[in-house]
Design a protein around this ligand. Structure first.
Ligand code: 5GP
Ligand code: ZN
Length: 113
């Protein structure tokens, strides 16, 4: 946990969010500013600031994040969806707690902007 992290506060229930799923390792909630008809985030409960900060010991956790994202996509009616994990400001990261964006419900463009 990190005191000033907005996603740690969401996990602890200190900031409200529309929760989709929670277990011992991960927390999933709908993005407050969706960029697709369905857009949610899957975050590890452990505070890791960015994908590049994850260590080898986090491999199972990252796997759980990805697998949970796929399962929740399917459970929410998405057969086709986009996963995004931004790393660093220039890549679009604004919250420095690892999160997997899961987006779907429209045709996605490639390459991303
Ligand atoms: P990033 O830009 O770091 O990859 O993604 C951060 C995401 O978190 C953005 O899509 C943004 O809309 C979402 N977000 C930021 N603050 C909140 C919040 O307080 N609640 C929810 N549900 N989403 C948030
Ligand atoms: Zn955090």
């Amino acid at each position: 946990m990190s005191d000033n992290c907005i996603f740690c506060k969401i996990i602890k229930g200190e900031i409200p969010a529309k929760k989709l799923y929670e277990d011992d390792d991960v927390f999933a909630f709908w993005d407050i500013n969706p960029v697709a008809p369905k857009h949610f985030l899957v975050v590890p409960k452990k505070h890791v600031s960015a994908p590049s900060s994850a260590g080898q010991e986090d491999d199972p956790l990252i796997g759980t994040v990805l697998r949970t994202g796929s399962r929740l996509a399917k459970e929410n009616g998405l057969e086709h969806f986009r996963f995004v994990m931004n790393n660093g400001e220039e890549a679009g990261q604004t919250v420095f707690h690892i999160h997997l964006h899961v987006m779907g419900g429209r045709t996605m463009n490639w390459p991303p902007g």
